[in-house]
Design a protein around this ligand. Structure first.
Ligand code: NAP
Length: 339
């Protein structure tokens, strides 16, 4: 299936050229005070934007918002009081929150915003007719976004606007991203669908799936042959950060120049054997499942079965040799004041 954008040349919103005027004198409701919600609310407030936080009265988010100097109110009440409503509850909860109260309280002319394309891309929430509907997705986790903003920096972001949104919605989305600290590296125009598909694919194929399983398989291969877990951990996990930092700063070509000739030769000749045709076929399958919506359906069904909260995977992982070895080594290095 072709990408939703058709591969068109991308418009980039440069921070210096974007005005926050579309948000001046208007109020933003940040619904949900978790990973993204806290960073958006604090950054917007520090950018001089009026913010009302919507959170469940007894929740952890409401307590955190109060500690940060906000006066959280129920989600529907926050939405009713705002010109821009940013839906920052987890993706699996968004449709319920929307239909369960927020939709009916969207004021005339108020815009609806998302930080991830999931709900709109897979039809869980239809952009409300007559209202602006935009995506403003920071390329990073909430803690990083807040830290970068406080340091005087920021992150890049992706921006999209739903079809049939009123004129001015792109400007509003860009203003939002600037005030929330993620236009610093530029804001790339995309679509809800493209942002969602590529985000999920990156998580599954590399960041949270492929990379973790690559590390696990390599660690276990060494340990099963009798090599010390500590050595295996240093080689297969600890040094990932060093390589990731080099990649981040110098790219794949720069990396080749900065590593030893042995590492460069071994990597170039052996890497494609590890990630060969079977892995590429598996990646294509993952992309098919994401594009068809099969992954979204499976994920939502799994969430519905287990109820609120995370499943037991993290607790089970904590018992693995990989996790135990890492805990011991990190504790030792931290005690010595090292990273
Ligand atoms: N996490 C990331 O790195 C990241 C990066 C980019 C984009 N995003 C996107 O940002 C959005 C928010 O994700 P997140 O990771 O920030 O979520 P999160 O940290 O899991 O958000 C939790 C917040 O949502 C509230 N919440 C959960 N279920 C709710 C419900 N049924 N009704 C009302 N409030 C509810 C929680 O309230 P309580 O405190 O009361 O439990 C809490 O305030 C998602 O669209 C996500 O895809 C996330």
């Amino acid at each position: 299936m072709a990408p939703a954008s058709g591969g068109a040349t991308r418009r980039v919103f440069e921070e210096a050229a974007v005005s926050t005027a579309p948000l001046q004198g208007r109020r933003v409701a940040v619904l949900g005070y978790g990973n993204q919600g806290r960073a958006h609310a604090l950054n917007l407030r520090d950018s001089g934007i009026a913010v009302v936080v919507g959170a469940r009265a007894e929740g952890i988010g409401a307590a955190a918002a109060r500690a940060d100097g906000f006066a959280p109110v129920p989600l529907a009440e926050a939405a009713a009081a705002a010109d821009v409503v940013m839906l920052l509850v987890p993706d699996e909860a968004q449709a319920g929150v929307w239909t369960g109260g927020v939709a009916g309280h969207l004021g005339p002319g108020a815009a609806l915003g998302f930080a991830h394309g999931f709900a709109v891309a897979f039809g869980l929430i239809a952009p409300p007719p007559g209202h602006g509907c935009f995506l403003a997705a920071p390329k990073g986790q909430g803690g990083m976004l807040r830290e970068a903003y406080v340091r005087g920096g920021g992150l890049p972001g992706l921006l999209a606007v739903a079809d049939a949104s009123p004129p001015g919605t792109w400007e509003l989305a860009a203003a939002y991203a600037k005030a929330a600290g993620f236009l610093r590296g530029g804001g790339w125009a995309t679509t809800f669908r493209e942002e969602c598909v590529t985000d999920q694919f990156g998580e599954q194929a590399v960041l949270c799936g492929g990379l973790v399983e690559l590390i696990r398989a390599a660690f276990e291969t060494l340990v099963d042959r009798g090599y010390a877990p500590q050595n295996a951990y240093f080689e297969c996990v600890h040094e990932v950060k060093l390589i990731a930092d080099l990649l981040h700063r110098h790219g794949v070509d720069g990396l080749q120049r900065l590593i030893s000739p042995t590492a460069a030769y071994g990597g170039a000749t052996r890497g494609p054997r590890v990630i060969g045709a079977a892995s590429r076929r598996a990646m294509a399958d993952l992309l098919d499942e994401i594009e068809s919506g099969a992954f979204a359906r499976e994920f939502l069904e799994a969430c519905a079965r287990r109820g609120a909260g995370r499943d037991g995977r993290a607790a089970a992982e904590a018992e693995s040799a990989l996790a135990r070895t890492g805990r011991e080594l990190r504790a030792r290095l931290e005690a010595l004041g090292l990273e």
